[in-house]
Design a protein around this ligand. Structure first.
Ligand SMILES: Nc1ncnc2c1ncn2[C@@H]1O[C@H](COP(=O)(O)OP(=O)(O)OP(=O)(O)O)[C@@H](O)[C@H]1O
Ligand SMILES: [Mg+2]
Length: 402
């Protein structure tokens, strides 16, 4: 018997929070190692795009892939896309970071590419139709003069191809590569998505050692192929999903055992039933259960006490915070989805939603589109709609609208 110390609680529920044990992702990690190895040798290889629901662990896996690239001496940078935000500044900062990490031995070659990068970065403010306001006088922290005539045309596609080729050239000199990571990739504005795809296409044809690794919601592949039809040949889509039973058990057991704490099998049964293998829920239930338990081994009775507490925390933090972002019309739409899809949260047809609300489908498009933009729902296939948040249907059914 060991007293439980809340200070030593290892579990980490939270967006992008590194889990104490990254369980069930060995396949993705080794696939990425092969990609890095092949690209560094100038072999053709598709890049990876991770897709999945909210809270399945896309961001932490993306960070882990980035660590793998850094471990091989690659230059890396990361972007978190936001709706309506041009990629120019984020790409500039990410690439600046990547170039610094490469530590090219020849300062002159390095400065030449930094000059191009600066020109690329500064192009945005000049091209805006408004005179620059004070807060728009953004300066990339690059200590060389901007060059001119390369990556500064204002056409994102041309500029990206030029900039990324130069960056890849530096990496090739030192026998390594550059990897650019884009989280929430479904939010990249349309023109920029198509520029990214075009640049990847061009660079892969040149055999340049540069890849873009994306992560986003399940409809990201559809966003990419709507932008460039060849995107399926550019990216390999990996669906990041719930953890299976052995992986979920390992996510709980491995960190506990490092603290000399363990779980009774019945406790693990109950935790799997509650968390359903969703990584965010595994962490959330694990965390509360640890705090509730008086001693090791943790029992099913501990889980029974902890579960309603964890559920209440999720109702506020995980579900409620998202629900609060929706307007009354959007909430009504989601409640109709929940009624139709049932507690399992099945995808439903948009025309059925319209029928159940007694409305014309066209009159509901604004609510649906804005829910998609807010990242709360996605269109699984034409005419179908589903929640991006696991168990959201169940949450809505147990919290009827006022
Ligand atoms: N493989 C894993 N094993 C154990 N826990 C994990 C794993 N992957 C993620 N987690 C945990 O799950 C939670 C969610 O992870 P993360 O933020 O990466 O998800 P996400 O898919 O990026 O979600 P969102 O779509 O909301 O951005 C975090 O608390 C993280 O620690
Ligand atoms: Mg994320």
């Amino acid at each position: 018997m060991l007293d439980m110390d809340p200070v030593r609680n290892p579990y980490a529920p939270g967006a992008g929070q590194r889990p104490p044990e990254l369980a069930g992702r060995d396949g993705e990690l080794s696939a990425f190692d092969v990609v890095l190895e092949r690209i560094a040798h100038g072999r053709p290889e598709r890049s990876l795009v991770l897709t999945g629901l909210r809270g399945v662990g896309k961001t932490v896996l993306l960070n882990q892939l980035r660590s793998a690239a850094i471990g091989r001496g690659w230059g890396t940078g990361k972007i978190e896309a936001r709706p309506d935000q041009s990629l120019r500044r984020p790409v500039s900062s990410a690439l600046h970071m990547a170039l610094r990490e490469l530590r090219h031995p020849d300062q002159e070659s390095m400065d030449a590419v930094l000059g191009v990068l600066k020109a690329f970065a500064l192009r945005q403010a000049e091209s805006s139709s408004h005179p620059p306001r004070v807060r728009d006088r953004w300066q990339p922290g690059i200590d060389v003069a901007a060059s001119s005539g390369r990556a500064d045309s204002g056409d994102m596609e041309i500029d990206l191809v030029e900039l990324l080729s130069d960056a890849a050239g530096l990496a090739a000199d030192v026998g390594r590569g550059v990897a650019l990571f884009i989280d929430e990739m479904q939010d990249v504005p349309g023109d920029d998505v198509s520029a990214i795809c075009a640049a990847c296409h061009e660079l892969s044809q040149q055999g340049a050692p540069l890849i873009v690794v994306g992560a986003g919601l399940p409809h990201l592949p559809a966003v990419l192929s709507a932008s460039k039809s060849y995107s399926e040949r550019l990216f390999r889509y990996l669906r990041i999903d719930r953890l299976d039973r052995p992986a979920a058990d390992r996510a709980l057991l491995a960190p506990a055992e490092r603290e000399e704490v363990t779980f009774e099998p019945e406790a693990l049964d109950a935790l799997y039933a509650a968390a359903d293998g969703y990584p965010y829920f595994v962490q959330a239930y694990g965390k509360v259960t640890w705090d509730v338990a008086a001693s090791s081994p943790i029992t099913a009775a501990d889980v029974a006490v902890a579960a309603p507490v964890a559920e209440a925390e999720l109702a506020v933090g995980f579900f409620g915070s998202r629900y609060d972002r929706a307007t009354p019309a959007e909430r009504e739409y989601m409640h109709a989805m929940a009624e139709l899809g049932g507690p399992a949260g099945a995808a439903v047809s948009t025309s059925e939603v319209a029928v159940s609300l007694g409305r014309k489908p066209a009159s509901l498009s604004p609510a649906r589109d804005s829910l998609i933009k807010k990242g709360l729902v996605y269109s699984a296939e034409r005419g179908q709609i589903a929640f991006t948040v696991p168990h959201f249907g169940r949450y809505l059914l147990s919290h009827p609208s006022e």
